[in-house]
Design a protein around this ligand. Structure first.
Ligand code: FAD
Length: 312
């Protein structure tokens, strides 16, 4: 592994598609930088099948991340797995503290921290996490051979989760609060035509029941009495939300849903701080790998120009 120093021109927080792409560009601009990621790959790692990334007709999310990682490493960029827990700015220099107690200094900062899974916020949800509740079909589907499972949601994540589970499980209930599936028509059609998947529209999950593990979910729909169905596991795929901690520490301007406002160069409201990927309001809020990569590239170029100006 490349030697880790204490001070860098640029620190990239986040090792998903946005952060890794920014690093590739930063390396080619010879910008001294460090990537700090709580994990490698972020949400992209969880995607079961990616069929919309140019050059890859069909690829596992983890495979695409592995390729990006190899590209980053081939350019000798240092990457550490750790969580950034605090950022302060002192005399124009950013001081970044990680969960493992390391402190790094940087002149510029790129936040590429993505989003995390949205929760239902129902009683027992945390209690049953890993005991019948999962937010990642790609990670947990393999434990459900011939089981009966439910997926909540009606967008791409829920649709692809149901389709993946249908390759393994016996029966899938996909529960959606609206009357028509969203997301890519191709995925939605595959769900509707899959005999193992029963889509239950206009319905919400309002209760999670069980002793040691999840055993039943309680469903409600307009004009009908609440009913329970027995399942082995529940996959919650109802979208993602940004984390606010670092954004608030840096007092960055966000929209009302806490996505970071950026300009066309991915600059945030604070001098010296850029943001890229799912965490931002850019790319028409189209949160995809290709848009995250594109924002990472734009940010790196903008940061390069920032240093060029600074060093004139
Ligand atoms: C199930 C599923 C299927 C999907 N399928 C597709 C698809 O088919 N095609 C497609 O284009 N997109 C797909 N997506 C969307 C795609 O995964 C995202 O748009 C993409 O991953 C966004 O990249 P990102 O780099 O902005 O964020 P992420 O990939 O989420 O990466 C964020 C990174 O930031 C790190 N991080 C966060 N906070 C901190 C911190 N405090 N300190 C250090 N590191 C931190 C995380 O650990 C992670 O490394 C899918 C998403 C899901 C959930």
């Amino acid at each position: 592994m490349t030697n880790i120093k204490n001070r860098y021109s640029l620190i990239i927080v986040g090792a998903g598609p946005a952060g890794l792409t920014a690093s590739i560009y930063a390396s080619r601009y010879k910008l001294g930088h460090l990537i700090i990621g709580e994990d490698l790959g972020g949400l992209a790692f969880e995607a079961h099948k990616i069929c919309n990334f140019p050059t890859e007709k069909e690829i596992l999310g983890m495979k695409i991340i592995e390729k990006m990682q190899k590209h980053v490493e081939s350019l000798d960029a240092p990457l550490i797995i750790d969580k950034v827990i605090n950022i302060v700015q002192k005399n124009k220099v950013f001081e970044i503290t990680t969960q493992k107690g390391k402190i790094f200094l940087a002149d510029a900062l790129l936040l590429a921290t993505g989003t995390i899974h949205r929760r239902l916020n129902l009683p027992n949800e945390s209690k049953f996490l890993g005991k019948g509740i999962s937010y990642c079909a790609t990670c947990d589907a393999m434990f459900h051979q011939n089981k009966t499972v439910a997926v909540i949601g009606g967008g791409n994540s829920a649709n692809t989760a149901s389709l993946y589970l249908a390759e393994i499980a016996k029966k899938i209930y996909q529960i959606y609060r609206k009357n028509k599936l969203r997301g890519e028509t191709e995925w939605a059609n595959q769900v509707i035509n899959n005999k193992k998947i029963d889509v239950i529209y206009n319905t919400k999950v309002i209760g999670l029941k069980g002793k040691e593990k999840l055993e039943k979910i309680v469903l409600t729909s307009p004009h009908q009495k609440a009913k329970e169905i027995a399942i082995d596991s529940l996959f919650i795929e109802i979208g993602t939300v940004p984390q606010k901690i670092l954004t608030e520490q840096l007092s960055l301007t966000t929209n009302k849903n806490h996505f970071i406002e950026v300009n066309s160069s991915q600059k945030t409201s604070r001098n010296g701080v850029w943001a890229a990927g799912d965490i931002t309001t850019a790319s028409n809020n189209f949160h995809q790998i290709i848009t995250a990569c594109s924002e990472g590239a734009i940010a790196a170029e903008s940061i390069f120009k920032f240093f060029q100006e600074k060093n004139k």
